[in-house]
Write a protein that binds this ligand. Structure first.
Ligand SMILES: *[C@@H]1O[C@H](CO)[C@@H](O)[C@H](O)[C@H]1NC(C)=O
Ligand SMILES: *[C@@H]1O[C@H](CO)[C@@H](O)[C@H](O)[C@H]1NC(C)=O
Ligand SMILES: *[C@@H]1O[C@H](CO)[C@@H](O)[C@H](O)[C@H]1NC(C)=O
Ligand SMILES: *[C@@H]1O[C@H](CO)[C@@H](O)[C@H](O)[C@H]1NC(C)=O
Ligand SMILES: *[C@@H]1O[C@H](CO)[C@@H](O)[C@H](O)[C@H]1NC(C)=O
Ligand SMILES: *[C@@H]1O[C@H](CO)[C@@H](O)[C@H](O)[C@H]1NC(C)=O
Ligand SMILES: *[C@@H]1O[C@H](CO)[C@@H](O)[C@H](O)[C@H]1NC(C)=O
Ligand SMILES: *[C@@H]1O[C@H](CO)[C@@H](O)[C@H](O)[C@H]1NC(C)=O
Length: 235
């Protein structure tokens, strides 16, 4: 009797849990998010939470969105995507997004990367809604690799963001987002390409300098020789 009662209570509890998915909800641009906990409408399967903090272009842009979602995130192997792309000195792009089936999203701790500069580099640039991404070279921190990311928001596919730079992105996130047009949360990643940072080779720099100086010497020598020849002809 007691067992049946407990089982009954447990079943009722399980049903209530399934029936009332609760998610944190808020949306903000350049502001703090005033979070409300809401009961999701029927058909919702998960909670999605995203945030972006960007200093591209030299000004801070921050975005947060938390909502009830119809996506079944247990189907997706990766339920959390977070990375930072260092583009220029003091210009970076932080992205974090997660899908939580049980309604309890944890705050993503953006992995702190050691700020030890290495002798590796990536080409770096960003563009928003333009096709020109003016590349510079970015020296990477330890543990970073090169990324090339093109992303849009599901409800705003006209505006695309292109990013190149050094990133702490994990190999598993790279693999998850690598297929063209992978949707994660509210974003569509049209392109995500990760490659090892290239070594800044001191020998190539040295070789290049040597070549130049030899060339300069050669042209100097020939001009001296030319002038001598000219002098000889004149006298
Ligand atoms: C957020 O800040 C950025 C940089 O200052 C600015 O370009 C953008 O228009 C701001 N957005 C809003 C909604 O205020
Ligand atoms: C969600 O996906 C999992 C794993 O593929 C599956 O077992 C489950 O039935 C799905 N749930 C719904 C409501 O579609
Ligand atoms: C952006 O900044 C907010 C407020 O400081 C923080 O809660 C959030 O985790 C940050 N997001 C990312 C992706 O760094
Ligand atoms: C962004 O690009 C799209 C497509 O070229 C265009 O329709 C839209 O007006 C552009 N928006 C801005 C703000 O430049
Ligand atoms: C990805 O999306 C873009 C833009 O909507 C489209 O041009 C392209 O054909 C898509 N690629 C694939 C493989 O679906
Ligand atoms: C899970 O993957 C499906 C398709 O692969 C996609 O439509 C859905 O948005 C993804 N969900 C999340 C939370 O990324
Ligand atoms: C996208 O637009 C649809 C329809 O207007 C809306 O229900 C949904 O909340 C929007 N999604 C996001 C992530 O803003
Ligand atoms: C990239 O770097 C990793 C770790 O440093 C290494 O295991 C891997 O072989 C490298 N891949 C290529 C293509 O060089």
């Amino acid at each position: 009797m007691k067992g049946i009662l407990i089982a009954g209570v447990f079943a009722a509890f399980a049903i209530t849990v399934i029936d009332s998915l609760e998610c944190r909800q808020c949306q903000s641009l350049n502001n703090s998010c005033s979070i409300q906990v809401v009961t999701c409408e029927e058909g919702s399967l998960s909670c999605v939470e995203s945030s972006v903090n960007s200093t591209l272009g030299g000004s801070l842009y921050s975005y947060q969105n938390k909502f009830c979602s119809k996506s079944n995130c247990t189907k997706n192997e990766t339920t959390q995507v977070a990375f930072t792309v260092h583009v220029f000195d003091d210009q970076s792009y932080h992205f974090a997004s997660q899908c939580c089936q049980d309604g309890q999203c944890n705050d993503i701790n953006p992995g702190s990367i050691s700020q030890t500069v290495t002798n590796t580099q990536c080409s770096a640039c960003y563009s928003y809604n333009t096709t020109t991404c003016q590349e510079k070279t970015r020296q990477c921190f330890e543990g970073e690799q090169c990324v090339h990311i093109i992303a849009v928001q599901v409800n705003d596919t006209e505006h695309m963001l292109e990013l190149k730079g050094c990133s702490d992105i994990s190999q598993s996130v790279c693999e998850t987002l690598a297929p063209e047009n992978t949707t994660f949360g509210e974003f569509i990643f049209q392109k995500v390409q990760c490659t090892n940072a290239t070594k800044i080779s001191s020998t190539t720099t040295l070789a290049a300098t040597t070549t130049t100086s030899t060339a300069i010497k050669a042209s100097f020598a020939s001009s001296v020789f030319g002038s001598l020849l000219l002098l000889k002809l004149l006298f």
